[in-house]
Ligand binder design. Structure first.
Ligand code: ZN
Length: 139
């Protein structure tokens, strides 16, 4: 069995963003030489997510509004977590909603997606360098 590991780095200038990382993961898969197996892609930070859905602008705006309605950034005093002196209590909860990782089947050397599926990095407390781990195993 082959194994491949790579960290993808992101430095998002805004507090929140959704970035399509499908092409970067495909490059990892090509570099791995793996034709059949599994790809795990996970955020390595507790205020960021990796998830799969459609690459559609309206949907991303809907996520932003929905998440902000559920867990607004302000007032920051709303979150007990922020008593630590941080202001990212909402970002921890948004990450919990949007998830930590995805696993994608690898078949005949390609990511075996359903229709319209794309992989996204979701940032909820940006303006600093953060990582995504790509781990691919197979043959
Ligand atoms: Zn925090």
């Amino acid at each position: 069995m082959k194994s491949y590991r790579k960290e993808l780095w992101f430095d998002v200038p805004s507090r929140t963003a959704f970035i399509n990382i499908t092409g970067l993961v495909q490059e990892c898969l090509e570099a791995s030489g793996i034709r059949d197996g599994l790809a795990l892609i996970n955020a390595m930070h507790i205020t960021a997510s990796v998830f799969i859905n459609d690459d559609e602008r309206g949907l991303h705006q809907d996520y932003q509004r929905w998440l902000e309605e559920l867990v607004p950034h302000e007032p920051i005093s709303r979150y007990l977590h922020n008593r630590t002196g941080e202001d990212n209590g909402d970002a921890h909860l948004k990450r919990q909603i949007m998830g930590r990782e995805v696993v994608v089947a690898v078949t005949e050397g390609r990511l075996d997606f359903g229709p319209w599926e794309q992989i996204f990095y979701g940032e909820f407390d940006g303006r600093r360098r953060k990582r995504v781990l790509v781990k691919i195993i197979g043959e």
